[in-house]
Ligand binder design. Structure first.
Ligand code: F2R
Ligand code: MG
Ligand code: MG
Ligand code: MG
Length: 348
């Protein structure tokens, strides 16, 4: 296996950052108009936002903790990560965190829990959170680990710190695998989806995944079913915004957002006629996600993490990059993660 170019690692972190920063302007909107979005994007092109830097939200705050933990420890360390999530939350609690996840940080900070996973298990009367918080932050893991078993294990473990429902941590696994496969040279949507489906079949065969699906009154293999819907959508020319929202979702649950991010990335591999043709695929991906409304920061951050890993940083215009808070960290850390990835690739 060839190591991917450093541009893809930087592109993935910068894409994730910009998807979050730009998406956050529209989070929760139900009807994002083209005019408003395209004017906003034009103002970024012109550098009008350079003075009032676009701030990132909880999505990036938590993604930064994962990347910093891996880079500083040279390995995945779940206790260190729990500390970083908690410290970061108390350092800057107003980043728009999920309503329930803050209780996990409070419990972790209390010192009353022996095991770092226990607070997450108490969420939602013991059912655990199925929010998209585990998936939105996972990008650093596939950028640091080239082997699929590591990607799956660490995506799951990092997710379980806050999301004990399999719907939550399986979303993180799927998002991490999507970034992993986007890093691998050329892809076709068919092979990309088939590879994700193969892994998710195995992941969702697990007893906990089956019982969680039943308890939430859904069919078994919920992520596999969504991946099949994506396949069917990609074979059609007439899929509307309404269809995507209805069938894939645009909400705060991982199942209602990770598949949507993957579909948006794949759909924008070809230019989307209703989006400005001067936008690159990565910019179109962000615009496409935001047009869906709902959880725009999170869907855009996940889709752009995948798009950045595939298209590379060349697809991000300078003024967009310069508009985002802490963009230099994304560049620097992308380079460091690339080195770590290559080192691990050589030793396997
Ligand atoms: N929180 C937000 N957006 C809301 C407003 C932000 C705004 N900018 C502002 O500051 O005013 N966005 C962020 O939260 C999402 C990630 O959430 P996470 O980390 O998964 O948190 P949590 O609290 O665990 O879950 C989120 C909600 O999902 C529902 N939920 C989850 N599990 C559930 C269960 N088992 N049963 C019932 N409901 C469940 C709850 O409503 C949770 O509060 C991202 O969008 C990020 O951007
Ligand atoms: Mg957010
Ligand atoms: Mg340790
Ligand atoms: Mg969000």
């Amino acid at each position: 296996m060839m190591a991917a170019a450093v541009s893809r690692f930087r592109g993935s972190l910068l894409g994730a950052l910009l998807g979050d920063c730009i998406g956050a302007v529209f989070e929760g909107h139900t009807n994002v108009t083209k005019e408003f979005l395209f004017d906003y994007m034009k103002s970024l092109d012109k550098g009008e936002r350079l003075k009032s830097v676009l701030t990132y939200t909880d999505d990036t705050a938590m993604a930064r903790s994962i990347v910093q933990s891996i880079l500083e420890n040279d390995e995945f360390d779940v206790d260190d990560l729990a500390d970083r999530f908690t410290t970061e939350y108390y350092r800057d609690p107003d980043r728009g965190y999920g309503m329930a996840v803050v209780h996990v940080f409070e419990k972790l900070a209390s010192g009353e829990y022996k095991y770092v996973f226990s607070p997450a298990k108490e969420q939602f009367d013991g059912k655990g959170s199925y929010g998209n918080g585990a998936a939105m932050r996972v990008v650093g893991i596939p950028l640091a680990y080239p082997r699929i078993p590591d990607v799956i294990e660490y995506a799951k473990t990092s997710g379980m710190l806050t999301h004990a429902s399999s719907l939550g941590y399986n979303g993180a696994i799927l998002q991490a695998l999507a970034v992993h496969y986007a890093l691998q040279e050329e892809l076709t949507p068919e092979t990309f989806l088939d590879q994700l489906l193969d892994h998710m079949k195995e992941v969702e065969t697990d007893k906990r995944s089956r019982s969680d699906a039943l308890e939430l009154e859904m069919d078994e293999f919920p992520y596999c079913n969504k991946l099949k819907k994506i396949k069917a959508f990609l074979a059609r020319e007439d899929v509307t915004r309404k269809d995507i929202i209805k069938e894939l979702g645009n909400g705060i649950a991982a199942l209602e957002s990770v598949p949507t991010a993957i579909y948006s990335f794949l759909r924008c591999l070809k230019p989307v006629p209703e989006l400005p043709s001067e936008l690159t695929n990565l910019q179109q991906t962000i615009a496409f996600c935001i047009m869906l409304g709902g959880d725009t920061d999170t869907i855009a951050t996940m889709a752009a993490a995948i798009a950045g890993a595939y298209h590379g940083e060349e697809q991000i215009p300078l003024n967009w990059k310069l508009s985002a808070e802490s963009y230099k960290d994304a560049e620097d850390w992308g380079e460091k993660l690339h080195q770590l990835y290559c080192k691990r690739l050589q030793s396997t």
